[in-house]
Design a protein around this ligand. Structure first.
Ligand code: AMP
Length: 615
């Protein structure tokens, strides 16, 4: 089976059934979706894209990202990239793939454009008309077409999707997933959740991540149901979407579930009149208290599942009632086989801790062009997950730790080695060791220890700002600690594990942007000014005050312009670092308001500045 074959079948048997919904848009039916995928696949051929070419995609979350993934994978290999990346990151990903073309929203002013331009990668502009059904778009530009439009369905062993995953080196590995892998995973998820054509998923996960692409989108389409494609998780809109679209389920990371719970009390009528069948959680550990509060608040089962890019997402899942859900476990194998191995690759019995390993039709057959990583990851046909766990006597899996060096920041995975490298690129830094620190809101947060070169000086602020110029904002260490040497473990190797505890570092629950975006209109004169600076710089509509500048396509160059304009307009000095820490209108407004208050300056509702400084 391939993704377009599934769509073809549904397009034929139920052409008028709705496939995709989106806020403010008319629904897209299966017949139109099928025709759009075929038409776009042919356009890509005419643009010179062949089946084995990799097409990078940079789009905001929404129905067009969903249909672009479906269409590009029908014609070639789709590589969705996080729009929050900085120029250096785009340069790495576009050349590492390597991308034959970049499909980008014409509305997006992203550094990916310049990077693609200077690398000679053709840019294909994607535009859509909001009055069209959700997800329809047209393409313009791209390479000169010398490939005959053939719109044959891909073979099940053709690669449909490639995603980078953080590895044991700072260089991320490329995970290729075939149509067969993706369809198998979508089927496994459908089976675990008993999905039917009557089901509708509210998707709040980013569609550049395997969780959103497979657990929310493909599983829904494979079951003949529908998905609501939102701009991402928006706490303020979540309950409106619940009331408007009446989804039967949603899937999210624990940080989002907690954000939902924080607003639930004000929406009891929406909750009680809703038709949710269950709530799903994956990609990071779900605290038992969150699970229990969700079940109590919504009165539906909460299904915790365990996923990984290499497995096209789902590996294990708790079952739906009446079968037993075991909180604190990620359920039983739900697709691939699961075992626990010792260091020598021997299978361990139940109740003995070891490395979780998987094999099955949804699992990638190996990283692209990376024999070393493949030798390390595959043992006797099993893929080692890099997670430590234990199976109980009933086959339920408990995740106990992680062998791979990775920081799981609210579901977003960060390689500490990549951050080490970014820190060490600073001339004053001799050594750096990045590690995971506990965070009450995100589960984990990024922190680093740095050794400064003799006779050189640098501040924590300068270092964080420096990293923010090169890496996406969510990778910037929240804390940098200076030390005379890098902490070593018993074997003399730098030791990240347990470092946060040794140094006493943890973070409280102050809200910070992650996968989450909040759409709230500006509420004060300062927020209005900042939103209008943003809209001018990004050539966009006025943003929601909690929208993340970097997810909206902003980069460090635009951030520099932003703070310069804030300085000119409001006569207040906001550092670039404050912006990296607060890349939202609301966050920056509070920084500006504090600075203005310190100088006793008020901003009046007509956006003029009352300069009556106190003397
Ligand atoms: P990704 O490739 O981004 O999907 O990340 C996969 C990793 O996320 C896994 O190897 C685990 O470390 C982690 N993960 C996924 N699901 C869970 C879960 N339910 N509980 C704890 N960790 C999880």
């Amino acid at each position: 089976m391939s993704i377009p074959q599934n769509l073809e079948e549904r397009g034929r048997s139920a052409p008028e059934a709705h496939a995709l919904y989106a806020p403010g848009r008319t629904p897209l039916d299966y017949g139109t979706l099928k025709a759009h995928v075929v038409r776009t696949a042919a356009s890509l051929r005419r643009l010179g894209i062949a089946r084995d070419d990799i097409v990078a995609v940079v789009l905001p979350n929404g129905p067009e990202m969903a249909t672009t993934f479906l269409s590009v994978s029908a014609a070639a290999i789709c590589a969705p990239l996080n729009p929050a990346y900085q120029a250096d990151e785009f340069a790495f990903y576009l050349s590492d793939l390597p991308a034959k073309a970049l499909v980008i929203a014409s509305s997006l002013d992203s550094p990916a454009r310049d990077v693609a331009g200077s690398g000679g990668i053709p840019i294909v502009e994607l535009t859509w008309d909001p009055s069209d059904p959700a997800g329809l778009f047209s393409l313009e530009g791209g390479p000169a077409g010398d490939v005959e439009p053939d719109i044959q369905a891909p073979h099940q062993n053709d690669i449909a999707l490639v995603l980078h995953t953080s590895g044991t080196t700072s260089r991320p590995k490329i995970v290729p997933l075939t149509h067969a892998n993706l369809c198998a995973s979508a089927r496994h998820i459908g089976a675990a959740l008993e999905l039917t054509p009557a089901d509708r998923c509210l998707n709040v996960m980013p569609l550049f991540h395997i969780h959103g692409l497979v657990a929310a989108l493909l599983s829904s389409l494979q079951a003949g149901g529908s998905a609501v494609c939102t701009p991402g998780f928006v706490g303020a809109s979540f309950f409106d979407w619940l009331a408007e679209f009446r989804p039967t389920w949603y899937t999210a990371v624990p940080t989002m579930h907690r954000a939902v719970l924080s607003r639930a009390a004000a929406h009891s009528a929406t909750i009680s009149s809703g038709v949710l069948r269950f709530i799903r959680s994956s990609s990071a550990a779900l605290p038992r208290a969150t699970l229990e509060e969700l079940e109590k608040t919504f009165g539906v089962p909460v299904i915790e599942a365990y996923g990984m890019t290499e497995a096209a997402h789902q590996m294990a899942s708790n079952p739906l009632p009446p079968r037993l859900r075991k909180p604190g476990t990620v359920g039983r194998a739900a697709g691939p086989e699961i075992t626990v191995l010792d260091a020598d690759g021997r299978t361990l019995p139940a109740r003995v801790r070891g490395e979780i390993a998987i094999q099955g039709p949804n699992v990638t057959s190996g990283y692209l062009r990376n024999p070393k990583a493949n030798t390390a990851a595959f043992t006797g046909g099993w893929l080692r997950t890099g997670d430590e766990g234990v199976l109980d006597d009933d086959g339920y899996l408990v995740i106990l730790g992680r062998l791979k060096e990775l920081i799981n920041r609210g579901g977003e995975k960060i390689s500490p080695l990549e951050v080490d490298e970014a820190l060490m690129a600073h001339p004053a830094v001799e050594q750096a060791l990045t590690f995971s620190a506990p965070d009450a809101s995100l589960g984990e947060e990024v922190a680093a220890v740095v050794v400064v070169r003799r006779d050189m000086e640098v501040t924590e602020r300068k270092l964080r700002e420096f990293v923010g110029l090169h890496l996406a904002h969510f990778k910037v260490p929240r804390r940098v600690i200076f030390a005379s040497s890098i902490p070593l473990g018993p074997t003399g190797k730098p030791q990240r594990t347990g470092l946060a505890e040794r140094l006493g570092i943890s973070f409280d629950a102050s809200p910070r942007p992650t996968f989450i975006v909040e759409h709230v209109a500006p509420r004060s004169p300062v927020e209005e000014i900042l939103a209008s600076i943003w809209a001018t710089l990004m050539r966009s509509d006025s943003p929601g005050v909690n929208e993340n500048f970097f997810y909206a396509g902003g980069d460090s160059a635009l951030a520099t312009q932003f703070v310069a304009r804030v300085r000119d307009t409001l006569s207040v000095d906001v550092s670039l670092l404050s912006f990296f820490d607060n890349p939202t209108v609301a966050g920056l407004a509070s920084v500006v308001e504090d600075a203005l208050a310190a100088e006793c300056i008020a901003v009046t509702p007509d956006n003029s500045i009352d300069g009556s400084t106190g003397s």
